[in-house]
Design a protein around this ligand. Structure first.
Ligand SMILES: *Cc1c(COP(=O)(O)O)cnc(C)c1O
Length: 407
C-alpha cells in the first residue's frame, strides 16, 4: 500500500463488533473490567483509549516508526521526548526554533536538572564540537526547516554525529509533516509534531505527536505519557484522525500557492528577503530537496522597513492575524511579538524585529492571496488599508498576552 493510500485506508475500529467505517469517539474515562482481579483490554483512558490507539497507530505508520503517541499539545510531546534523558543529561537544540521550545529549554529543563545548549545545527562541525565536549546522556533536538528562518540541517549527517556520541536525535517535523519529510527514514530516533499544525490542518485542536524509531524508546514514551497524564483526549483524537486523511491534498495545494507567493514576494522591492526552503537562492535549498519532497506552506519574509511589518500583518484581507500555521485558512503573524515572543529573554540582541513576518498559506484561491499581499505592499497603500477597529482590538489582545506571558 502506498503512503497516500494509507492516509485513508486503515482499520478505523479494531475489534469493534459493529464494524463502523469511521473511528468512533470512545468518550469514556473507564472501561468495565471482567472482575476485580482480571485485566480487560482497556481500563482507564489516561493509560489507553481505543480512539487514541487508532490515531497512534496511524501516526507511527505515516512517520515510518514503531510506536506513535498522541499528546495534548506539541509542547507536551516535546516534554515527553525530553524525558528520554535523565537529570544531568543535556539537550542540544538548534539555535533557530519555536519560541515555546526555547522557553522550555531555557527555564523548565534546567529546573529539572537537565542542561540545555543552543547550537547552529546547520553546521555539522558545530554540532560535532558541542557533542565532543559533553559527558552524560544527550538528546539533540532539531527543526529542519527551522521556524521561522527556514534554515536547513542535514539530517543524515546529524544522525551520524549524534549516534557516534551515543546520543538521541529528535526532529520536530511540524513544519513539514510526514507527507514531505520522514526523519526516521534518515536516521532520527524520535519525531515530534505540533499536531495542532498540518496534521490537524483545520486549526480546531491543539495536539502533539511523538513517533519513535524502536520499541524501547516507545515503551519509555508510553510510560511518560501514562505517568504524566498528557495524552490527547478521545474527541481531539477523532478530530486529528479526520484531519489527517486530507493531509496530502491539503499540503499539495497549500504548498503550490506558497511557492507562488514566495516567488512574487521575493521579486517585490519592499521585501528584503524571503525564507522558503526550495526558493532559488536559499542556501539550504539543495540539501532540503535531498531530504524532503517540498518546501511546505509557510513563508517567512523580512521586509525592507521594520516599521511596515505590523502594518502588513494588520492590513491583509484574507490572512487572519493568528499564531500557529498549517490550517486550511491562511494566517499572518509577527514572530517578534507572537510565536517567538519567548525569545525576547534570550541573551544578546532580540533575534527578530518587526521587519519579520510569517505567513501560513491556506486553501484560498491563489490569486486572491497574491493580490491581497501585493495590494498591501504597494507603496503608500499600507496606511490607507488599515482597519482601525480591528487593529485596536488586536493591540488589546497583544497587551493581554504579554502581561500573562502566554503563547
Ligand atoms: C507550534 C509548535 C510547537 C508547539 O506546539 P503546540 O501544539 O503549540 O504545543 C512546537 N514546535 C513547532 C515547530 C511549532 O510550530
Amino acid at each position: 500500500m502506498k503512503w497516500q493510500t494509507a492516509l485513508v485506508q486503515f482499520d478505523p475500529a479494531p475489534g469493534d463488533p459493529h464494524a463502523p467505517s469511521v473511528t468512533p469517539i470512545y468518550q469514556t474515562a473507564t472501561f468495565r473490567l471482567p472482575s476485580a482481579t482480571e485485566a480487560g483490554g482497556y481500563d482507564y483512558s489516561r493509560s489507553g483509549n481505543p480512539t487514541r490507539d487508532v490515531l497512534e497507530a496511524q501516526l507511527a505508520h505515516l512517520e515510518s516508526g514503531q510506536r506513535g503517541f498522541a499528546f495534548a499539545s506539541g509542547m507536551a510531546a516535546i516534554d515527553a521526548a525530553i524525558s528520554l534523558i535523565p537529570a544531568g543529561g543535556t539537550v542540544i537544540a538548534g539555535d533557530d526554533l519555536y519560541g515555546g521550545t526555547f522557553r522550555y529549554l531555557d527555564r523548565l529543563a534546567p529546573a529539572r536538572g537537565q542542561r540545555s545548549r543552543f547550537v547552529d545545527t546547520t553546521d555539522p562541525e558545530a554540532l560535532e564540537s558541542a557533542m565532543s565536549t559533553l559527558d552524560g546522556p544527550c538528546l539533540v533536538l532539531i527543526e529542519t526547516p527551522s521556524n521561522p528562518r527556514m534554515t536547513i540541517s542535514d539530517l543524515e549527517r546529524c544522525a551520524a554525529i549524534v549516534h557516534r556520541y551515543e546520543g538521541l536525535l529528535a526532529v520536530d517535523n511540524s513544519l513539514m509533516s510526514p507527507y514531505l519529510q520522514r526523519p526516521l527514514e534518515l536516521g532520527a530516533d524520535v519525531v515530534i509534531h505540533s499536531a495542532t499544525k498540518f496534521l490537524s490542518g483545520h486549526g480546531h485542536t491543539t495536539a502533539g505527536a511523538v513517533v519513535t524509531r524502536d520499541e524501547d524508546l516507545g515503551a519509555r514514551i508510553a510510560w511518560h505519557q501514562n505517568a504524566t497524564g498528557s495524552a490527547l483526549g478521545p474527541f481531539d483524537c477523532w478530530l486529528l484522525i479526520s484531519g489527517l486523511k486530507t493531509l496530502a491534498v491539503r499540503l499539495e495545494r497549500q504548498q503550490s500557492t506558497a511557492v507562488r507567493l514566495a516567488r512574487s514576494l521575493a521579486a517585490h522591492p519592499a521585501v528584503d528577503a524571503v525564507c522558503y526552503p526550495t526558493l532559488d537562492g536559499h542556501p539550504g535549498a539543495g540539501l532540503h530537496r535531498s531530504q524532503a519532497t517540498g518546501g511546505g506552506a509557510v513563508v517567512t519574509v523580512r521586509l525592507d522597513n521594520p516599521n511596515l511589518g505590523r502594518q502588513l500583518v494588520e492590513s491583509t484581507r484574507y490572512f487572519q492575524v493568528a499564531v500557529s500555521f498549517g490550517s486550511v485558512g491562511s494566517s499572518i503573524e509577527l514572530p517578534a511579538t507572537m510565536s517567538h515572543a519567548p525569545l525576547a529573554s534570550k541573551p544578546g540582541a532580540a533575534p527578530f524585529d518587526n521587519a519579520w513576518v510569517r505567513l501560513s498559506v491556506g486553501l484560498e484561491d491563489p490569486e486572491d492571496l497574491e493580490s491581497d499581499l501585493l495590494a498591501v505592499l504597494a507603496v503608500g497603500s499600507l496606511d490607507r488599508r488599515r482597519r482601525p477597529a480591528e487593529a485596536g482590538r488586536r493591540s488589546q489582545i497583544e497587551a493581554n498576552k504579554s502581561s500573562t506571558g502566554s503563547l
